[in-house]
Design a protein around this ligand. Structure first.
Ligand SMILES: [Zn+2]
Length: 314
């Protein structure tokens, strides 16, 4: 069977369940490797690095999981007020909504890809301040690098899921060992549906997605991090490691390329399905990012997401 990942829509019913019952999606925080930790939920991937000179946070999650998010930092033994940098893969509210609170608490500097920062600023100017939106302190560009303590974060443009979408590569320190971790922000191919592109007015989304998809294939990545947990089987790996404490399934230098290959195949297949009328997107509500459109498949195809520890299959 062809391996697939969930790179498509959370549908509206699922979003309602998430927002009404955030405790159902609670995930206890955990160490991934060395000074890298998971602080997200069972849906959204949020990450923390202890740089030795303050905390670096990547994405902050939904507003309704704010208390869980802040609590996760405490539970790992850190003080959220020590956060110095907050990076964002993109400007969608499932990744940014706790930033304003964490920034007020810590005074951290906030980072976001330039085009997404501009969209957020325009939205604030037009609609007034909101809980989920803020003016990013630093608008990041392709190739930008930022260092705090023992960690250097490199930012690269991966547009398509959003115009200013970025992915981050950074070093993880575990004793004498160094790993390269990568958080991919641009694998949500849901925004590449033609009627989604029309709804958002981001008509070059598809073209931009395919422009970078082969760029990072051969980059060395030891630890792949999903911006939604299922994209990196983060929870499955956590469960696996609980049962096999002497193994670390998060360290897998083959995974990065495998995930990018699957993402490309799924995007190409989605374009084909759309052309052939096998899939359509039905909207519930006006805001395309908050209404979580429902994807209706006309071929009855169901998706299978199965985690197989790679180092077991070698
Ligand atoms: Zn998104």
């Amino acid at each position: 069977m062809k391996e697939r990942l969930r790179l498509d829509f959370m549908d509206h019913d699922y979003f309602l369940d998430l927002s009404n019952n955030p405790e159902k999606y609670y995930q206890e925080p955990f160490r991934i490797a060395g000074n890298l930790y998971f602080i997200g939920s069972q849906e959204i991937g949020c990450y923390l690095v202890d740089s030795g000179e303050g905390l670096i946070v990547f994405d902050t999650g939904f507003d309704f999981s704010a208390s869980q998010f802040i609590d996760s930092i405490w539970r790992l033994g850190f003080d959220p007020r020590d956060t110095k940098m907050i990076f964002h893969t993109h400007n969608h509210h499932d990744h940014t909504a706790v930033t304003k609170f964490l920034k007020r608490l810590s005074g951290a500097t906030t980072y976001m890809g330039k085009a997404d920062a501009e969209t957020m600023k325009e939205s604030i100017a037009k609609n007034g301040p909101s809980l989920c939106e803020f003016v990013p302190d630093v608008e990041t560009l392709d190739g930008d690098e930022f260092t705090l303590g023992n960690c250097t974060v490199k930012c690269y443009d991966t547009p398509g899921h959003s115009k200013g979408n970025q992915s981050f590569f950074f070093n993880v320190t575990e004793g004498e060992k160094q790993y390269i971790a990568a958080l991919h922000g641009g694998l949500g191919i849901n925004t590449l549906h033609w009627n989604f592109m029309q709804k958002t007015g981001y008509l070059s989304a598809r073209e931009e997605f395919f422009s970078w998809i082969d760029r990072f294939n051969d980059w060395k990545v030891d630890i792949y991090l999903g911006s939604h947990v299922i994209q990196g089987y983060m929870i499955e790996k956590w469960k696996y490691r609980n049962e096999h404490p002497d193994e670390n399934p998060f360290i897998d230098p083959t995974e990065w390329k495998r995930v990018l290959t699957i993402a490309k195949e799924m995007a190409e297949e989605m374009v084909e399905d759309e052309k052939a009328g096998r899939v359509e997107v039905v909207y519930q509500g006006e805001d395309p990012y908050k209404a979580y459109p429902k994807v209706v498949r006309h071929d009855g195809k169901t998706e299978v997401y199965e985690y197989i520890p790679r180092h077991k299959t070698k």
